[in-house]
Design a protein around this ligand. Sequence first.
Ligand SMILES: [Zn+2]
Length: 498
Amino acid sequence: MMRKYFTYILLLGFPLLGAQNKENQNSGYQKNWASLEQENENLAFDADLKLSDAEKALDQKMSELRQQVIRDAKEKKIPLNNLSFSEIKPMIESSQLFNIIRTMPKGGLLHTHSGGFTDVKWVIEAARKYKECYVYDQKDHGDYIYGQLAFFEKGKVPGGFVNLDQKLISTPGFEKELQDLLILKRDNLCSYTDYWIEFEKRFQRINLLLPYRPFFKEYYLKGFQDLAKDHVQHVEVRYIFGDLYDFQHGKYPSKTAITDLQDVVKQIRKTNPQFTLKLIYSSFKFLGQDEVEKQLETAFEFKKEYPDLISGFDLVADEATGKRINYFQGNWVRLKELSKKYGVEMPLFLHAGESNSVSNKNVLDIALLNNQRIGHGLNLMYFPKTMELIRHQNKLVEVSPISNQVLGYVSDLRNHPARVLLSNGVQCSISSDDPSVYGYEGLSYDFWVAFVYWELDVKALKKLVFNSINYSSLNAGEKKQAVEYLNKQWAAFIQKAK
Ligand SMILES: [Zn+2]
């Protein structure tokens, strides 16, 4: 026993001396630890921001409210981390945190799609007011699917379609059924085996409504109004052009959609004078090079005529089934030539890396192209060299957390890839992608989800919000005004919410 004690003293010194040494060693260790912590923080996307005292007070408050959410969930035995968006939606809405986030100025919504951003309940209500609106109430057959909505002239209604208003009156419960057919849910995180097939059906069900000119105007007005109400000051829509029509005039020239949208913006500006809109001309990844070439020519023509409204070009569709971005390299090479011909630039805003697979290498093209913003970039973290390039090139990733969960790319939202991007200094902004298809309006839900699941602070929220204007396609003059407005709104928000 004695011998053991001596050995202990020989090895470790007398206890008192040891304590002093330990303290020295500890402080050295602690210093290294603290500097390592600082070095990590310095790499983050929001490292350049410093919060004011008022912002720090709000940060403290919001952090406590997040703890409240977690405590409430525990008490009610709600497994917050293993539920889908539609399942936690009521909890989001009843939280105090949501009340604050709803009043937060959001800056710009940089990533949303025509056909996916106006409240589904409103769509049904507005459509039924048109006596020429019909719904397909038969099993999917040929060109039509169950629950598909469309306008037809009397006497020219295809078989299987019934008047929407009459159907809603005669069949109690059909309204709820139709809502469910227009919204994609992922309850239990496992409702479908192929989300994109179900997702695209939602678009098909309203696709025939949107080209009908009277409805078109109402649809966009309502969509922009809801966004403005949610403190979104600027919107960029991935817009798929098609001809508008009505039964009196037949088809309108394709540019009518642009002038109609300009009118809608004018109307919004009566109550929200700062509201701005840009359209990103969008085509499809499943087309061939020749078809995309034609689409690009049209995009250039439109941009030449409406340079303040059309900002750039994108290709959409499921990346797992569409063609690779690299397949279109012939089209990308010709962009310079087309720019010369039309006298305008056509920056790209491509969806890339909306995937969990390393065999999808679309993000590689982004680093080589004039593509300042990337839609989704979920698998960017698997390509470290490209991620580094994108960080250096100061390109922004448009992140849509709820969309990513509903479409099956992420289940537990704590594990969203954007967290890796943010901590590695890749700039991001928050978008809603197709909120109406996921059953919500506005941008507050996405911010709530990001704040709660990614353990963000007010500094990160502020950077995400300001990024959405700084990386927008507003021109220099518009951007200056937009930032000034946002600064004022932000200061007012902090004063009120802290
Ligand atoms: Zn998208």
